[in-house]
Design a binder for this molecule. Structure first.
Ligand code: MG
Length: 375
């Protein structure tokens, strides 16, 4: 692929465990490329544009959304995959799909929906992403969902409780027998982490909720900030922040490539299947892992817990909870296609409807239900 010889341990579309429903082989693209294309054309993918990452979409045009986040994850994952000679299209498919199941209002929305669904089997965004690609997309004549390959589906399901895993068939097996997913799946997780830690620094600073001086207590930031200051003392703060963040990303990527390649060389898996029986091999070095953790802790305390972020989270939770209460009490308030689904399982139909909403759709739907002047 792209003139680069894939490693022996890279996922191989020719040896895929296949799709849930057999289809004619892909032409002009690999099976994983076909998965990626199906994801990009899905309704749930387009909705990511109006779903919160940290900042709600209407708070500003420059903040990341779930869509731009997913694109950044895919960019990082592909670049790392190329260096490790892994399958770029598989890692891209997993990255672009990894957040498809997110509710409106980010983690606040997911927590509220999970609370509402407590006596109905709960709600978990990661499991919902799999549900979107396996079931909820309605695009094809022959099947529900996108009928993706096993390898993309297992990558989307990055964690799962064992009692739930038992009901998921092939993609649930590894949570029961303790094996690992493909290196591409492992990599997508790390690309996600690199992307959100760095863009949350960038968006956090842009919003003014955190300041560069506060971030000086974070070694990963400070080291690169000092370099950017020394190189460009006269540049605007915005440029110095950008010069810092791009260096942080570069350090994390290079470390991940180096440490992972060393792990791979040590275990020397001879096939993609051998990867599954070995310990996880995609990893940071211990030093960078500690630095990345310190950055995460800072963001949790200074940004995610910031009172202004909390205020929006509280509003998001309230909207999700009140929508749920209204629909669970009377399924006839939902659009007809969800009413039909509610006949089989009302709570799950309500959760599917709410979790598919964008931030602005949820706000509008809330107004339509609760504000008498709205229709
Ligand atoms: Mg993500």
């Amino acid at each position: 692929m792209n003139g680069i010889q894939l490693a022996l341990y890279a996922a191989d579309p020719q040896r895929s465990r296949g799709r849930r429903l057999p289809e004619e082989p892909a032409t002009g693209r690999s099976e994983y490329g076909r998965d990626r294309d199906r994801i990009v054309h899905a309704n749930a993918f387009r909705r990511l544009e109006y779903k919160t990452q940290v900042f709600v979409n209407h708070e500003g045009d420059l903040f990341r959304t779930r869509l731009t986040h997913s694109i950044e994850v895919a960019q990082l994952a592909r670049s790392i995959a190329r260096q490790l000679r892994l399958h770029e299209e598989l890692v891209e498919a997993i990255s672009l799909a990894h957040d498809l199941g997110h509710t409106p209002f980010g983690h606040a929305g997911q927590d509220a929906l999970n609370d509402c669904m407590r006596s109905f089997g709960g709600f978990e965004h990661n499991l919902q992403s799999l549900r979107v690609v396996d079931l909820l997309e309605e695009r094809y004549g022959a099947f529900d969902g996108l009928n993706l390959t096993f390898e993309t589906r297992e990558g989307i399901l990055k964690h799962c409780a064992t009692d739930v895993a038992a009901g998921l068939g092939d993609v649930g097996e590894r949570f029961l027998d303790g094996t690992q997913p493909s290196l591409e799946a492992q990599l997508a997780n790390f690309a996600d982490e690199i992307a959100y830690n760095n863009h949350d620094v960038d968006d956090g600073l842009r919003s003014g909720l955190i300041l560069p001086e506060q971030l000086l207590e974070v070694p990963l930031f400070r080291r690169h900030w000092d370099i950017a200051q020394a190189l460009y003392p006269a540049a605007s703060e915005r440029r110095r922040i950008n010069e810092t963040v791009r260096r942080m990303i570069n350090t994390l990527v290079l470390d991940l490539v180096g440490a992972s390649q060393a792990n791979i060389d040590r275990h020397a898996p001879a096939s993609p299947d051998a990867v599954r029986r070995l310990p996880a091999m995609i990893a940071f070095s211990p030093e960078i892992e500690a630095e990345s953790l310190a950055l995460k802790r800072f963001l949790r305390d200074a940004l995610y817990q910031h009172y202004r972020v909390q205020r929006m989270s509280t509003k998001g939770r309230r909207i999700v909870r009140e929508l749920f209460q209204a629909f669970i009490a009377d399924a006839r308030l939902m659009p007809p296609q969800y009413q039909a689904k509610a006949e089989a399982d009302r709570a799950r139909a309500v959760a599917d409807y709410i979790s598919g909403m964008t931030d602005r759709y949820a706000m509008r739907e809330h107004r339509r239900l609760f504000a008498v002047e709205e229709i």
